[in-house]
Design a protein around this ligand. Sequence first.
Ligand code: DSN
Length: 443
Amino acid sequence: MKIDRRLREVDPEIADAIQGELNWERETIHLIPSDNLASRAVLEALGSVLNNRYSEGYPGKRYYGSQEFVDRAETLAIERAKKIFGAEHANVQCYSGSPANMEIYFALLKPGDKVMAMDLTHGGHLTHGSPVSATGKTYNFVHYGVDRETERIDYEAVREMALREKPKMIVSGATAYPREIDFKRFAKIAEEAGAISMADTSHVTGLIIGGVHISPLPETDVVMTTTHKTLRGPRGAMILCKEKFAEAIDKAVFPGMQGGPHDHENAAKAVALHEAMQPEFKEYAEQIVKNAKALAKGLIDNGLKLVSGGTDNHLILINLTPIEAGHGAFAQKALEKANITVNKNTIPFEPSSPFYPSGIRIGTPAMTTRGMKEGDMKEIAGFIATVINETKKYKLPEEKTERNACFSRFNKEIDENSTIRKVRKDVIALSRRFPLYEGVSYV
Ligand code: DSN
């Protein structure tokens, strides 16, 4: 085997798949709020020779030899993480957000301990104790949600619940909550209730670093963040905590739940943190929110209903129940046909189901990275409203057995829909005005 042949030569099928994704990203309005576009510098570190190593342990205390450069990269990541978040301790080895949350629970709880977290359908995450997740099966989760009227977290209700339930840990943070979360208030509630405070800031970490949203630190005991969302780094996660929890967290990550760290990923985390320390990152974070507010206004002006009536962060939840409960799958598919990438999502007090939810979740990080501004958001809001309007005549059959046939018919008709085809052309024209990964090719 010749080690230095290029991907195109070795595996043209995978080269085609990657080139296809690149073309798609270049010509798409990419609005999944947990997605972003990592820099070439981050991608270069990810695709580096650091992939080749095993290095169980931590810098200076490894089980394998010759770790000079691995240690250098991981130490840079740790130091940058501590500095940027103002944290006493950082563990950057977590493979991703879900294992990182498990690692925190494993470090600080015993099976069966009570934990309070946000309900999945109100915007929480699977690993915040959903009954289908190992977290929900291992620990005794009790859930708070949003207020039915305001669709926002009612902090006084959370406080009352915490004092009543006396959990061992209170988790703040969400994946589908369009409003700012007062992480400091959560930490205070936990302190009053005698609980450990844990914040999962994954979605809004870039906004926190950019000074746009409230930081959970230094008050919160343990913070978990993924590194690939608004932070715009490689896929992965890290845990930040108070010194008193450092040993337990490190032991839970390795050897508790993980083996060898992904050294290439950790180096790429260091690059992303370096980028986040630059002055332009603050501008990017501010622009994410300006864009989300402009997009939300545009959607409302076009007659769409938003959960909580708007947004303070990077994401928006469109409530499609005025069309019908469970309409999210139709909207997602039709938008995909128009080269607009979104995800169907449950809404608070969901009247349908997670597979056929009543909402669409959209966000601005990726398009902000691409350089789009408020005027572009207004145009995109018009595209989204036009496409959703074309789906209104389709209704989700009550009978589950009729749903596949319904979606086959819908897919065919949506493919041929001239209004959606016209939007697609306009979307491609708009996205081409914002070049992406120029000069990169797998052809
Ligand atoms: N799946 C991620 C999201 O889309 O928010 C969270 O892990």
